[in-house]
Each structure stands twice: as C-alpha cells, then as structure tokens.
Write a protein that binds this ligand. Structure first.
Ligand code: NAD
Ligand code: TDX
Length: 338
C-alpha cells in the first residue's frame, strides 16, 4: 500500500505519520509538506532519517509538481491535511486560505483522479457548520454556514471533494473533526499558546468573556478515526469526529485546568478583545462513525491535557525555537490591537 499524507509536518499530519507508521508497518508512506511557518520537519525527523518515511517538500497549489509526483509514485491512498489552519490569521488575510485550502485541494483531486488513486480522505473541520447555541450538536447533514474565512475555505474544499465523488465516481470521504490537542501543536492555538505562555510567565490572552465552548479531542484519537475512515469508510460520505461530552468545555475552564496542572496563578489570565464573528459553541454528533466504523474517543480530556502539558515541559527547545523570529511579528499584530 502506497500512502501519501499531505500537511505531514504540521500538528495533526505529523501525529498521523507516526500513527500510520506504527499501526501499518507494511505501508510505504510519503510525507508531503511545503514547510510553511506551521510545518516543522523535526516533528517527523526520526522517521525520515531512519528511512521509514519519504519526505517531499512540495506546494500543493503547484499543480504541475503535484501531477508529476502522482504520475511517478502511483499512490493507493491519500490523507489530505495540508492547509492554512488558523482562524485569526484568516481574519488578517484570507488569500492564502483560498489558495492552499481550495486551489491546493483541487490540484490534489485532479492528480488523484487522473492517476487513479484508489482512496482519498479529506480532513476537514466542524467549523464549516458555523456556530451552535447552548444545546444540540452538528450532524453530517447540518447545512454549512461558515463564519470565518478559514471555515469558508474549508467548506469550499469539502464541496469540491464531494463534487468529484458525484461527478467522477471518485472514492473519497470527508471527515469533520472538533478541536484537537496534543503533541507538536503549533503555539498559536489556544492550548499550546496558553501552556507555553504560562511556562514563560506571560499573560494568557482570553478572548471576550471566555465562555465560548469547544469540544476537545486528543490528536491520537483523531488519527485512529482517520485510519478507520480510510479503510472502511464509504465513498461520497461525510463523517463527524469529536470528543465525548466531558471534553466540551468553555475556554475559561480549559485555561483554569492548564494553570492548575502547571501550578501557576490565575492572575496570568488577561481578558482581551473578542475575535470577530467568534463562534460561540461547537459540538458534533458522532453516532455515524460510532455505528459504521466502531470508533469512539479513548482519551479523557483531563488525562490528555496532563500528558500534553508534560510534553511541552519536556520539549521546551521545540517550542522556544518556534516562539521567536517570524512568530513574534504575528503575535504582535494579532494581540496588539485587542
Ligand atoms: P497545521 O497548521 O499545524 O499544519 C498544516 C500543515 O500544512 C503545515 O505543516 C504546513 O506547512 C502545511 N501546508 C500549508 N500550506 C501548504 C501548501 N500550500 N502545500 C503543502 N503543505 C502546506 O494544521 P493542523 O492543525 O495540523 O490541521 C491539519 C488539517 O486538519 C487541516 O486541514 C485542518 O483544517 C484540519 N483540522 C484541524 C483541527 C485542529 O484542531 N487543529 C481540527 C479539525 C480539522
Ligand atoms: O489567544 C487566544 N485566546 C482565545 O481565547 C486564542 C488563540 C484562542 N482563543 C479562543 C478562541 C476559540 O474560542 O480559544 C478557542 C480556540 O481557539 P483556536 O485554538 O484558535 O481554535 P479554533 O478557532 O477553535 O479552531 C481550531 O479548531 C478547529 C483549529 O485552529 C482549526 O484548524 C480547526 O479546524
């Protein structure tokens, strides 16, 4: 089995590379990534250096390069994760989001269809559904109602994948997952930002009233779901993936738990101006993936968060190197005006 994983040096992509390498020892894995600010080859360096995984630095929007890679490699399966993934950055500038998330996905679909890839898994997000009130959960048929440019670009790419299934009888599935957390998470996102800021004794910038709710899933549980969808999911179908109800928490609660684990004071929290069009609550109904593919999350949030904090404590070189250089100008720009 020849497998391509795009976005393989990012957070979920690198966790998936490790997961698939371990769970499917006979599979040949190609890891593709452009190594943007969010990609870090160190995340998969052990597997690349040992020869277990081949790495290709390629831009998914470069249709010619993608076409020749697919012609040469004859992949059987593609996990597509490469994307611009941060909502706040999409609010500052939407252009790269349309380019990578929409045009990049289209280039991969064209090459996959032309070179007869047997199975394609498109990794998407619950953010395509928009925002929920205090109750209820998104099902796979909930109408798409994205509010951020990031979510709109993901919704567009989802529809393009599903259109290829209908038009070309292409064998793809779309997954829509809730917020992930875990190792190698880039410290611009809530959990790794707040863990590392607290460790540095810096303020934790909590948006608005801190009462927005996210449903958290440990990244390895997401990887387990993705492998099941790849092997047993049905073509043309969407699968929601998400944490249990105990992992549905306000940002305030998550912040309190991080400070508690680290033994840091509550006055590190700084209330800052809200994110525009800040979705109030996300939650997904995961009945479909549970019934069809037997998937359920296995890591309780409290345990996963403690393991994540420990990882950031043990891998300070990894995040301290990231939180310098270009990261600082982004941080300044995003937080100065709040
Ligand atoms: P990430 O930003 O950590 O990683 C994205 C990776 O894509 C990076 O390594 C980056 O270098 C690469 N990339 C960006 N543009 C590229 C291009 N033009 N060509 C090739 N590679 C490129 O993101 P993540 O959090 O790991 O998310 C991965 C996927 O999962 C995304 O599609 C995202 O929408 C989806 N998702 C994420 C979450 C979450 O909580 N993080 C939840 C649901 C879905
Ligand atoms: O500094 C912050 N302060 C804050 O209060 C940051 C960065 C975030 N927040 C809030 C905004 C959200 O309510 O925390 C919550 C989580 O924010 P993010 O980590 O930016 O994640 P979110 O916007 O929910 O999107 C994430 O989950 C879905 C990923 O970034 C997406 O790629 C994924 O699709």
């Amino acid at each position: 089995m020849k497998v391509l994983i795009t976005g393989a040096a990012g957070f979920i992509g690198s966790n998936l590379v490790h997961y698939v390498a371990k769970e499917r020892p006979s599979w040949q894995i190609t890891a593709l990534d452009l190594l943007t600010y969010a990609g870090n080859l160190k995340n998969i360096a052990d597997l690349v250096e040992s020869g277990r995984v081949s790495f290709r630095k390629t831009d998914i929007t470069d249709a010619t390069a993608i076409d020749s890679l697919f012609e040469r490699e004859k992949f059987d399966l593609v996990f597509h994760l490469a994307a611009e993934s941060h909502v706040d950055r999409s609010i500052m500038s939407a252009r790269e989001f349309v380019s990578t998330n929409v045009m990049g996905t289209q280039a991969l679909l064209d090459a996959s269809y032309k070179h007869k890839v047997g199975r394609f898994v498109h990794i998407s997000t619950d953010e395509v559904y928009g925002s929920l009130g205090p109750t209820g959960a998104f099902v796979e048929t909930t109408p798409l109602d994205p509010t951020s440019p990031y979510a709109a670009s993901k919704a567009a790419s989802d529809l393009m994948v599903l259109a290829f299934c209908k038009t070309h009888n292409f064998n793809a599935s779309v997954t829509r997952c809730t917020n992930n957390y875990g190792f190698y998470h880039f410290p611009e996102k809530l959990i790794p930002l707040f863990i590392t800021n607290a460790m540095e004794g810096k303020n934790l910038p909590l948006y608005g009233d801190g009462m927005n709710v996210r449903s958290w899933l440990f990244v390895t549980d997401h990887c387990d779901a993705l492998l099941r969808v790849a092997e047993k999911g049905r073509a043309g179908e969407v699968y929601n993936i998400g944490g249990n109800s105990e992992a549905e928490l306000t940002n305030k609660e998550v912040t309190r738990m991080i400070l508690e684990i680290l033994g840091k004071p509550a006055d590190l929290v700084e209330r800052v101006g809200d994110r525009p069009a800040h979705d109030r609550r996300y939650a997904v109904d995961t009945t479909k993936i549970k019934n069809e593919l037997g998937w359920t999350p296995s890591t309780p949030f409290k345990e996963g968060l403690a393991r994540t904090v420990a990882w950031y404590q043990e891998n300070q070189e990894w995040w301290r190197e990231i939180k310098s250089g270009a990261y600082l100008s982004y941080y300044e720009k995003n937080y100065a005006s709040r």
